[in-house]
Design a protein around this ligand. Structure first.
Ligand code: UD1
Length: 334
């Protein structure tokens, strides 16, 4: 296929482009900060899009403003790049009769992970209270009875609960993609990435995830600082697996006229403390410290089932945690 990858010069986009090319696709790219073989352009501008979309069979849309950001001052930029940019892209795709879309989404659309209450079954706790976090009570409680909860893997049917600008705009992108698919009869797949890590990760910025923060600290000879009690769980998925998931989504004939949503996760969740320890050991120190600090917007546990990606896209992650941490310790950062 002839495929346009937006955000091709970025961390995930560059790996996606490599995976698509290796599988024999003809890849072109569009990026605000272009590198090697991709065109300069912003998805919000119809003109470079028109040039880039000519003769294209599919778009893999990775261009986005990511991360937690610097606060409310970032809202307009998130909305502009992620929501308006996707709207312009989809309109241009319709105009050029491009009928296939793969969209980079995120597990942040879920908000807090899934939990089971012994009395009330599956529950979704709201944001944790500052007073609880301040006194070291990190585990969310049952919103109905206050009982202790058991974390569970989240599936794609869980209700969305976007809790920051990035999450809200990722969910809006999914809805726009569903609108586009319905109106055009096109096929669209949204991949809800869990915590992606690997070579060319951006260094430590307000927009970086924890794996990049720890790796940057180690490189600078600083101690990785593990927040809360270090027992919060995430699913760290290697960027080469994420690239393979994009390839699988591109090549699968999903249901035309609707959006297919899949988690992209390793299926091997770990605590942040375990991740810090494994990475520091592979890097050769310094040892992480668990600080009890907290960030008000953080969720406690978010881990996923990967069954739908396996069933609908034939995708399962291949790079395990130990191998991935070995790789991250030596990987060049972006
Ligand atoms: C991250 C991203 C989110 C993305 C998602 C999936 C950020 C800020 N968040 O969410 O945008 O959609 O992955 O890829 O980019 N922590 C520490 N020490 C630190 C920094 C963080 O212990 O120095 C802890 C946090 O308290 C949290 C965990 O690590 O418990 C994960 O943090 P982070 O990677 O920033 O955010 P996620 O919620 O996983």
């Amino acid at each position: 296929m002839k495929v346009l990858v937006t955000g091709m010069a970025g961390f995930i986009g560059s790996h996606v482009a490599e995976a698509l090319e290796a599988a024999g696709h003809e890849v072109s790219g569009l990026d605000r900060r272009p590198a090697g073989g991709c065109q300069a352009g912003d998805v919000r501008d119809a003109e470079p899009l028109t040039r880039s979309l000519r003769g294209v069979d599919a778009v893999v849309h990775q261009a986005a403003k990511v991360g937690l950001g610097a606060g409310v001052s970032d809202l307009p930029d998130y909305a502009s790049v992620n929501v308006y940019g996707t709207a312009v892209l989809l309109a241009a795709m319709a105009e050029h009769d491009v009928r296939r879309l793969v969209l980079a989404s995120s597990m942040v659309v879920y908000g807090e992970g899934a939990y089971d209450c012994p009395a009330h079954g599956r529950v979704r706790p709201g944001p944790r209270a500052r007073e609880d976090l301040a006194r070291g009570v990190f585990e969310p409680r049952c919103p109905r009875c206050g009982a202790e909860l058991t974390p569970a893997a989240i599936d794609e049917d869980a209700p969305a609960d976007p809790r920051n600008a990035y999450a809200t705009t990722k969910l809006a992108q999914e809805h726009l993609a569903a609108n586009w698919a319905r109106e055009t009869g096109g096929t669209a797949v949204a991949l809800r990435y869990h915590n992606v890590y690997g070579s060319r990760m951006p260094r430590d910025t307000p927009y970086s995830g924890v794996a990049a923060v720890f790796r940057s600290a180690l490189e600078a000879g600083r101690t990785p600082r593990v927040f809360e009690d270090g027992r919060q769980r995430r699913d760290f998925v290697h960027v080469r697996d994420v690239a393979r998931a994009n390839l699988a989504a591109l090549e699968t004939d999903t249901c035309p006229g609707s959006l297919t949503v899949c988690n992209v996760a390793s299926g091997e969740p770990h605590t942040i403390g375990e991740m810090a320890a494994a990475l520091a050991a592979e890097y050769g120190g310094p040892e992480p410290v668990t600080t009890g600090e907290y960030r008000l917007g953080d969720v406690r546990h978010i881990v996923a089932t990967s069954d739908r990606a396996a069933r609908d896209l034939g995708f399962r992650a291949e790079i395990g945690f130990a191998e991935g941490m070995r790789d991250l310790a030596v990987a060049p950062l972006g």
